[in-house]
Design a protein around this ligand. Structure first.
Ligand SMILES: Cc1cc2nc3c(=O)[nH]c(=O)nc-3n(C[C@H](O)[C@H](O)[C@H](O)COP(=O)(O)OP(=O)(O)OC[C@H]3O[C@@H](n4cnc5c(N)ncnc54)[C@H](O)[C@@H]3O)c2cc1C
Length: 438
């Protein structure tokens, strides 16, 4: 990426795309156009719902969530909504803000020996919440679970900092960076096997020397496939963190102006995530949740394909590997044990296992637990690896068999990190940008 006068189009302004647009436009010889399907997120115009403690309120801001994507969680299941962030900041503007780096040994096992130094460049700030911000389910988890701690959150001074704020705000005034919002790319234009531009949803065609696709692990493979990119493996190997969740009826409603999630517990390969409330409605305030997620799943059978109308079709196949079923059954059993400890018993009147009022008493043995896990497993909304490095893209994120075409988002991970995926995606993007600048 060193030639002069290069015009690069970055598609998608999420965790990865904001980094790519900002770092590429640091080099004056690059002209960068960032194209984002959703709305702007300009300095001074961030709604309290987005930078406040309640990420469910952020998800309710019109235009900020892509509601069109549906995914089957387990094979044979029905497609259910799979929300994704939309607009500058992408999923970092609506996510739960939980900040984690993941296991350094895993990055080294991918040959990412520069991961430690790359983390030094990550511009997204993190901080732990004040004790006064924690909710009742957070506090019960901190009491009952040795491995629990107040969560690091992607915030500064108690405000969410999105990847747009951390990366694009300092870059917005650069004369070599153009930001187009409310503009979706419908297709990448290929000249033979070279990417030479994009077509927007209003029919406008923009020419480019290079296209960097950062539309996220669901939309990136769909866009490549729709554009006729034929590299084998696109859309395969989809991973997510499989999770089960128990809904908790609380004796006392929680204050929905507090953090939804302010604590987290890592128990080996299982992460326990509390939710203090489920939104600001009276029903949301009187219910919490405790979720258990597998952070190092084995299954890789998930796929993103393209429906006849061009939309992504997502089959997560979360339980295709029997080791993941066994581990999730164990995680569910241990979570139920935790919910019987005095800290939770004092807080929770009833533990539910679905939306139909079924209580956890029915999960009396491992057979019942496994049956439930097989039907109730959901995703942590951490999709990765659909254009995996080593399969679809090379070590620079370049799409195999093509010229001028790169991927820079969660699609690229060789396998899912054992951590919440926002910060690792920022690190991955920083790493690719450093390689492009060499
Ligand atoms: C509800 C929710 C909660 C989460 N909670 C956490 C958490 O607490 N901690 C954590 O670490 N991770 C969390 N995650 C996951 C994390 O946010 C994502 O893994 C990460 O942001 C992915 O980054 P990305 O760059 O791959 O994609 P995204 O950040 O999703 O960005 C993709 C961008 O591309 C745009 N786009 C898509 N298609 C097009 C197109 N055709 N043309 C133009 N633009 C397009 C989208 O609008 C979007 O802005 C959560 C995710 C969700 C959805």
């Amino acid at each position: 990426m060193r030639e002069t006068g290069t015009r690069t189009i970055v598609i998608g302004a999420g965790s990865g795309g904001c980094v790519a647009a900002a770092r590429l436009s640091e080099q004056e010889q690059h002209r960068v156009t960032l194209v984002e399907a959703g709305p702007d997120l300009a300095p001074g115009e961030v709604l309290p719902a987005i930078d406040g403690p309640d990420y469910l309120a952020a998800m309710a801001v019109p235009g900020r969530v892509d509601t069109d994507v549906h995914a089957t969680r387990v094979q044979g299941g029905d497609p259910r909504p799979y929300p994704l962030g939309r607009g500058l900041g992408g999923s970092s503007a609506i996510n739960g803000m939980v900040a984690a780096r993941g296991d350094a040994a895993r990055y080294r096992s991918w040959g990412w020996h520069d991961a430690a130094e790359t983390w030094e460049r990550v511009a997204v700030p993190v901080e732990r919440p004040a004790a006064s911000e924690l909710g009742a389910v957070d506090r019960a988890l901190l009491d009952a679970e040795a491995g629990a701690e107040p969560a690091l959150l992607t915030r500064r001074d108690g405000r969410r900092v999105t990847s747009a704020e951390a990366y694009l705000w300092p870059a917005r005034e650069r004369s070599n960076l153009e930001i187009l919002t409310d503009s979706a790319v419908t297709r990448i234009v290929l000249d033979g096997r070279r990417a030479v531009g994009v077509v927007l949803d209003d029919g406008t065609e923009l020419a480019a020397d290079r296209v960097v696709v950062a539309a996220g692990a669901i939309h990136t493979p769909a866009l490549l496939l729709r554009s006729g990119v034929d590299t084998p493996g696109i859309g395969t190997g989809l991973q997510d963190h499989p999770a089960v969740a128990f809904t908790l009826a609380l004796h006392e409603p929680d204050d929905p102006s507090r953090l939804v999630t302010g604590a987290v517990a890592d128990r080996g390969t299982i992460q326990l995530l509390p939710m203090n409330h489920l939104g600001s409605s009276p029903d949301g305030a009187s219910h919490g949740m405790l979720m258990a997620a597998l952070m190092s799943p084995h299954g890789r059978a998930g796929t993103v394909t393209v429906a006849p109308d061009g939309a992504p079709q997502v089959d997560e196949a979360l339980l295709a590997d029997p080791r993941d079923v066994a581990e999730l059954v164990r995680a569910a059993r241990e979570t139920l044990d935790l919910l019987r400890t005095p800290s939770f018993a004092a807080l929770v009147s009833t533990v539910y296992i679905d939306d139909h009022g079924t209580t956890a008493d029915v999960l009396a043995d491992d057979v019942a637990l496994e049956t439930w896990v097989r039907s109730a497993t959901g995703a942590y909304l951490h999709a990765t690896s659909t254009c995996a490095m080593g399969t679809v893209v090379d070590a620079d994120g370049a799409v195999a068999g093509h010229q001028g075409l790169f991927v820079c988002d969660a699609s690229v991970f060789p396998a899912i990190p054992d951590a919440n995926t926002h910060l690792p995606t920022v690190m991955l993007a920083e790493r690719l940008c450093a390689r492009w600048a060499r």
